[in-house]
Design a protein around this ligand. Structure first.
Ligand SMILES: NC(=O)C1=CN([C@@H]2O[C@H](COP(=O)(O)OP(=O)(O)OC[C@H]3O[C@@H](n4cnc5c(N)ncnc54)[C@H](O)[C@@H]3O)[C@@H](O)[C@H]2O)C=CC1
Ligand SMILES: O=C(O)CCC(=O)C(=O)O
Length: 387
């Protein structure tokens, strides 16, 4: 019986992927084989040794201690692209809310008093305070052209906007998906200087912390709108508020409320709603459940953020999955132990990624605990599992 512990609310459509005969799935469970979560921060959580894999039903993995898990030979999975459409639609919503002053206008409308005739009169008076601007012909800068950024960029082109993108690690797959009329910027500064709207779609890490700060805001066009549906910390909130107060920026729309931001008249903050659609929650949960299941049952790895992609069809009932440091002679030492203990290797796949490597082996006879212990004792071996 495999045990899956859910640490956040996960769509039942995903959980239904785990057959009841072979899986126990619960939010409270002893010695889980895998965690399934969304945004819960795991950095200060004592993750039990029983955990063999972590599945993030979403894109961002900054809530997970990846290095710690890598050192334990534990793959961390995510669901690339599964919630991209939901975020794209919220970015569009944010752009329109911002450039048409919708939230301020709605607030104003809610506060109108008197009979309907006087309300109608006042409407014609107050509406001039909320004159906005339109999207076609304006320039949208997209920082990060991954699953979300690419889809936002293409959408904006379809709406008649000029689009300039920046991503120093743009993949070939994403480049193929991008509309050919999207301009490429060589630096963030170059992008900012051209943009009326800037939207950020990068992961949060040391390289993206404070990416948008006072120096960069000062290089932007006057009255630009910044949208941050990526993560708190990528945009420096204090610097943004200062620029809003000084009349430099038009508005800031983000998914990460704080005391500083939530009541500011030129800020719209949403409670981390980017991926909160039934469709996105289902897509993420199904993708992660499938990946965790294939890893637990077959050792295959798909969409891990720390381990290589590994898939090997089974040719025997005796499989071993080994995570190890990416150093010479690991496969040599492992196969020597298997040969010495009388196992014939029927199939073997070894892949590496950065400092980590992963080996799947199918052998002709049952692998005993003693053999597992011998392989575990090899210097550089991080985890060993028979499946
Ligand atoms: N608000 C919400 O609910 C959601 C937020 N997110 C956030 O959005 C982020 C992006 O998501 P996806 O597009 O699905 O991820 P992705 O991995 O498909 O794309 C990220 C892109 O950012 C690029 N990148 C990395 N560092 C960069 C830098 N310094 N400058 C420019 N580009 C850089 C990468 O090359 C990659 O193409 C996630 O990491 C997550 O933090 C994702 C989904 C929902
Ligand atoms: O699960 C959620 O609602 C958050 C989604 C998110 O931030 C992500 O996928 O990176």
């Amino acid at each position: 019986m495999y045990k899956i512990q859910t640490l956040n609310n996960i769509s039942v459509k995903g959980l239904e992927k785990f057959p009841r005969e072979t899986y126990e799935v619960a939010s409270e469970i002893q010695n889980p084989d895998a965690y399934m979560l969304r945004s819960l921060k795991l950095h200060n959580v004592d993750i039990p040794e029983s955990v063999l894999a972590i599945g993030r039903a979403g894109a961002g993995v900054n809530n997970i201690p990846i290095e710690k898990m890598s050192a334990r030979g534990v793959p961390v999975f995510n669901a690339p692209g599964a919630n991209a459409n939901a975020v794209k639609e919220l970015v569009l919503t944010g752009m329109l809310l911002g450039c048409r002053n919708i939230c301020q206008a709605w607030e104003c409308a809610k506060n109108l008093t008197g009979d309907d005739e006087s309300i109608s009169k006042e409407v014609e008076q107050v509406k001039k305070k909320f004159v906005g601007f339109e999207l076609p012909g304006r320039t949208l800068g997209v920082i990060g052209l991954g699953a979300i950024g690419t889809s936002v960029a293409n959408m904006a082109r379809d709406l008649g906007m000029n689009v300039v993108g920046y991503d120093p690690a743009l993949t070939v797959e994403r480049a193929w998906q991008l509309s050919s009329s999207i301009e490429s910027a060589n630096t963030v500064d170059e992008l900012l200087a051209k943009s009326d709207f800037v939207t950020i779609h990068v992961p949060f890490n040391e390289g993206t912390k404070n990416l948008i700060n006072a120096r960069r805001i000062n290089t932007m066009n006057d009255n630009a709108i910044i949208l941050n549906f990526s993560r708190n910390g990528i945009v420096n909130d204090e610097d943004v508020v200062e620029a809003l107060n000084a009349g430099k920026l038009y508005s800031y729309i983000c998914d990460f409320p704080s005391n500083l931001l939530k009541d500011h008249p030129r800020v719209i903050t949403l409670p981390h709603l980017g991926a909160s659609t039934g469709e996105a929650e289902e897509n993420c949960a199904i993708m992660i459940a499938d990946q965790l299941k294939d890893f637990l049952e077959n050792g295959n790895i798909k969409n891990s953020v720390n381990f290589p992609q590994v898939k090997m069809p089974r040719v025997s009932g005796y499989r071993m999955a080994i995570a190890n440091s990416n150093v010479p002679n690991m496969v040599g030492q492992i196969s020597s132990i298997l040969a010495e203990t009388g196992h014939n290797i029927l199939d073997l796949l070894n892949k590496s990624r950065g400092d980590l490597a992963y080996t799947l082996l199918d052998v002709d006879t049952e692998i005993t605990k003693d053999v597992v212990d011998q392989i575990k004792a090899i210097d550089g071996v991080l985890s060993v599992r028979t499946i």
